[in-house]
Ligand binder design. Structure first.
Ligand code: SF4
Ligand code: SF4
Length: 111
C-alpha cells in the first residue's frame, strides 16, 4: 500500500505535504507533486495536511491510474522536501474538475 497524489494537486501544489513526510518521498513536477510508492511507509501524516485534499490511500477505488502516474514520475522528477510558495492562482484552480488535462510532465525545481 502507498499514499497517492491525485488530480486536485495539479496547479495547486500547496506543498504542505512535503514538510511532514518522515521519509522524504515526494517528487516535484512543474505543476504537481507525486509520492514514490516504493518509498512511502504508509504513515498517513501527509493526507490531512493537504489543503486540496489531493492525497489518498491507494486502497480507495479507481486510483490505479494515479498510482501508476506517481510511480512513473517519482523516477523522473527531483526530490522535494522543503515547502515553497504555491502558485499565485492556486486557489482559483482548487476543486476545478478535469484538471488532468492541465498536467505537465516537465520536472519541477526540487530542493
Ligand atoms: S499539499 Fe496537496 S496540493 Fe499541495 S503539493 Fe501536496 S499534494 Fe499537492
Ligand atoms: S503516507 Fe507518510 S511516508 Fe507516505 S508520502 Fe505521506 S507522509 Fe510520506
Amino acid at each position: 500500500m502507498s499514499y497517492v497524489v491525485t488530480e486536485n494537486c495539479i496547479k495547486c501544489k500547496y506543498m504542505d505535504c512535503v514538510e511532514v513526510c518522515p521519509v522524504d518521498c515526494f517528487y516535484e513536477g512543474e505543476n504537481m507533486l507525486v509520492i514514490n510508492p516504493d518509498e512511502c511507509i504508509d504513515c498517513g501524516v501527509c493526507e490531512p495536511e493537504c489543503p486540496a485534499e489531493a492525497i489518498k490511500p491507494d486502497t480507495e477505488p479507481d486510483l490505479d491510474g494515479w498510482l501508476a502516474l506517481n510511480a512513473q514520475y517519482a523516477k523522473e522528477w527531483p526530490n522535494v522536501t522543503m515547502k515553497r510558495e504555491p502558485p499565485a492562482d492556486a486557489k482559483d484552480w482548487d476543486g476545478i474538475a478535469g484538471k488532468k488535462a492541465q498536467f505537465s510532465s516537465n520536472p519541477g525545481e526540487g530542493d
